[in-house]
Design a protein around this ligand. Structure first.
Ligand SMILES: [Zn+2]
Length: 211
C-alpha cells in the first residue's frame, strides 16, 4: 500500500502536517488507519535519518510491526500539534481543518514525542572494512521515527525555516509548505493552477464565488 498523503519534498515535519489533505470530496487523514500510518512511515523513513542505514532497513521490513497501533496514535498527536503551531506561525486564515489541541498542549506533545524513543549513533567498524554509522534506540524503530520527526520539528520551529513556513491559500487546500524561494506562492503546481482559474473566474463573475 502507498501512502495517500501528498509528499511534496518538504521537510519531514511539514510532510507530517500534510497527512491532513483535501480534495473535492473533502478533508482526508492519511494516518487514519494502522496500514496508512505504516505506509507513510515507510515512505518518509529513509529521509528521517539519511546518514543512518539501520532504521531504514527495519522500516522497509515487510513484517507487520507489533507496535504500529501505538505509533499511529503518536504520529496523529504529533501531527495535530505541529499543525497547531504552524497555524499560529503562518497566521493561517483557512477554515478547512482546525487542530483540536491548544497551544500549550501542542508544545507538550512535541516535547513528549522527542522523548518517546531517543536515538543515538553507534559506530560499526570491523577490521579491514569501512566504518558504518548506525542509529540505535532503546525502543523499536517505529517509535524512533516519532522522536526523529519531533526533533526535526523543534529544529524547524527554532530556526529561520519557521519564518518561511506558509499555509497554501489555493481554494480548498489545507497543506503547508516551506517557501524556499521568494516567488513560491503555492504548495504545488496543481494548486497554483487552481488558484489562477479561481482568480480568472472571480474576475469574470464578480458576484459568484467559485465553490
Ligand atoms: Zn496547496
Amino acid at each position: 500500500m502507498n501512502t495517500s498523503a501528498p509528499l511534496l519534498g518538504e521537510p519531514p515535519p511539514v510532510e507530517l502536517m500534510n497527512t491532513i489533505w483535501a480534495d473535492r470530496d473533502g478533508v482526508h487523514d492519511a494516518l487514519s488507519t494502522e496500514a496508512e500510518a505504516m505506509a507513510w512511515v515507510r515512505a518518509i523513513g529513509p529521509r528521517l535519518a539519511p546518514e543512518h542505514t539501520a532504521p531504514g532497513r527495519q522500516w522497509s521490513d515487510d513484517q507487520r510491526p507489533g507496535d504500529i497501533g501505538k505509533t499511529a496514535g503518536e504520529l496523529r498527536v504529533l501531527r495535530d500539534a505541529l499543525r497547531r503551531l504552524a497555524a499560529e506561525s503562518t497566521r493561517d486564515p483557512r477554515q478547512g481543518w482546525t487542530s483540536p489541541v491548544s497551544r500549550n498542549a501542542a508544545v507538550d506533545a512535541i516535547n513528549q514525542a522527542c522523548a518517546t524513543a531517543p536515538t543515538w549513533s553507534e559506530l560499526r567498524w570491523a577490521e579491514d572494512s569501512e566504518p558504518d554509522r548506525c542509529l540505535r534506540s532503546a525502543e523499536p524503530p517505529w517509535g524512533a521515527a516519532v522522536s526523529l520527526l519531533a526533533e526535526r520539528a523543534v529544529e524547524m520551529f527554532t530556526s529561520d525555516t519557521r519564518s518561511q513556513l506558509r499555509a497554501c491559500l489555493a481554494p480548498g487546500c489545507v497543506l503547508y509548505f516551506v517557501r524556499a524561494h521568494s516567488r513560491r506562492e503555492w504548495c504545488s503546481a496543481g494548486c497554483g493552477n487552481r488558484a489562477r482559474v479561481a482568480r480568472h473566474y472571480q474576475r469574470h463573475h464578480p458576484d459568484n464565488a467559485l465553490a
